[in-house]
Design a protein around this ligand. Structure first.
Ligand code: PMT
Length: 398
């Protein structure tokens, strides 16, 4: 199964003999469906050439932190944000020590600090170095910071020693990368997600709507599927294909979205309202196209039903999550909305910044619940969606 389909994997290669296997790691990741870009440390280039990894990945290999040309193409912060996963294979003892110390003295360590994506390390070193207390302490530090590890395996080493320290085989590394996305944290749960805009008809050819593209809601659906949930999208009109394995109900107006949601939430554990629902609709839909005539015309609007409120107020309501798209006092208004609408959780989205929010590829949000909050720093919508789903899984764990 292509468990890394549509995923951006940034492969970091540090300088050990196992670096020669990184070519096969690229292939295995691609076989799982990933798009792969590569960063090599100076040491790694002693073992395998950037040209090899460029040819296999189909992208220029990144090697320098201070490289004007590379920064003009895809700078190190963009690279850090591009990644859905940073995989470092091999991760040498030195690289592990530098990560544990929080160093940012080359491109790979800098990107490791700058990425909001999960980080997976495949250690490779001499068995005595692996057993050394300093390495053990560094690994413990990184595990406490939620970095993930695959291996090392034990066996005969390039130096002739026998013991633990061999880098895991590339298929096992790619499988560990895929397993990070397919968490099973919501296995057995049913999740309903609204996404996209609604359209409120004025006449047969015109409507009121907004700029929601559906990207955030569809990313949430993918994250819910990855977490093992049976996932249903109730989607306004967007130009995206729903994720494979999601059921999708297409609707146009707020009223249609409400009807669809009320049907579905009777059998649902988690409801996430990401759609940008029109608060008002025209009081009447003209049967014929409104003709141009008067210099001014007035439009009478009536309030639409509040979908997330109706779901949260229902008998045996699911765990209900809303979004708050705000342009000022973002956290204050979001917390107020959570309380007024009776929600278990709300995602505060500052939509005054055009780089995040409506129709952007990235987002930056704060997740609020009754007793706490967590800020999620700027990242691609798929990465934000995975983090939101992780918090929902935690909050709904029995
Ligand atoms: O689709 P994208 O281009 O990726 O953009 C994502 C997004 C900006 C649309 C998304 O991140 C977001 O913020 N969605 C909520 C947009 C919104 O309408 O927010 P609001 O603050 O007006 O509404 C608060 C909550 O009530 C939302 O959960 C909304 O879905 C819900 N609502 C609002 C009105 C209504 N009549 N019924 C509702 O259920």
């Amino acid at each position: 199964m292509a468990h890394l389909f549509n995923r951006n994997v940034l492969l970091g290669v540090s300088g050990g003999i196992a670096a020669y296997k990184s070519a096969e790691v690229v292939r295995q990741l691609q076989e799982q469906g990933a798009t792969v870009r590569v960063i090599m440390t100076h040491g790694a280039q002693e073992f395998i050439t950037p040209l090899t990894l460029q040819a296999l990945s189909g992208h220029p290999v990144h090697t320098q932190l201070l490289d004007e040309q590379a920064e003009q193409g895809m700078g190190h912060i963009e690279l850090a944000r591009w990644a859905d996963l940073l995989l470092i294979a091999p991760a040498t003892a030195d690289l592990i020590a530098r990560l544990a110390a929080g160093r940012a003295d080359d491109l790979l360590t800098t990107v490791s600090l700058a990425t909001p994506a999960p980080v997976l390390l495949a250690p490779a070193m001499n068995q005595q170095m692996w057993r050394d207390q300093a390495t053990a302490a560094n690994i413990e530090t990184l595990q406490r910071r939620d970095l993930h590890f695959i291996g090392p395996a034990a066996g005969e080493q390039a130096c002739g020693d026998i013991g633990p320290g061999r880098m895991e085989q590339p298929p096992a590394i790619a499988a560990a990368a895929a397993a990070l996305f397919h968490t099973g944290a919501l296995a057995g749960k049913k999740v309903v997600i609204t996404a996209g805009p609604t359209r409120e008809l004025l006449d047969p050819v015109r409507y009121i709507s907004n700029h929601s593209s559906g990207k955030m809601g569809y990313a949430l659906a993918q994250a819910a599927i990855d977490a093992g949930a049976v996932t249903t999208l109730v989607s306004g009109p967007v130009s995206l294909d729903p994720p494979a394995h999601a059921k999708c109900h297409r609707v146009e107006s707020a009223q249609e979205m409400l009807d669809s949601c009320l049907d579905l939430v009777a059998d649902c554990d988690i409801f996430i309202a990401c759609a940008a629902v029109a608060d008002y609709r025209p009081a009447q839909i003209e049967g014929q196209k409104i003709k141009k005539g008067a210099e001014e015309i007035s439009l009478q609007l009536v309030k639409n039903p509040d979908i997330v409120n109706a779901v949260a107020a229902g008998e045996s309501a699911p765990f209900t999550v809303g979004f708050a798209a705000e342009t000022q006092n973002v956290l204050g208004y979001a917390r107020d909305k959570m309380q007024r609408k009776g929600l278990n959780m709300i995602i505060a989205n500052d939509v005054s910044d055009h780089g995040i929010g409506f129709n952007s590829n990235e987002n930056e949000v704060t997740v609020l619940w009754e007793t706490g909050e967590q800020a999620l720093s700027r990242a691609g919508k798929p990465a934000i969606a995975r983090q939101i789903m992780g918090l929902i899984a935690k909050a709904t764990k029995n």
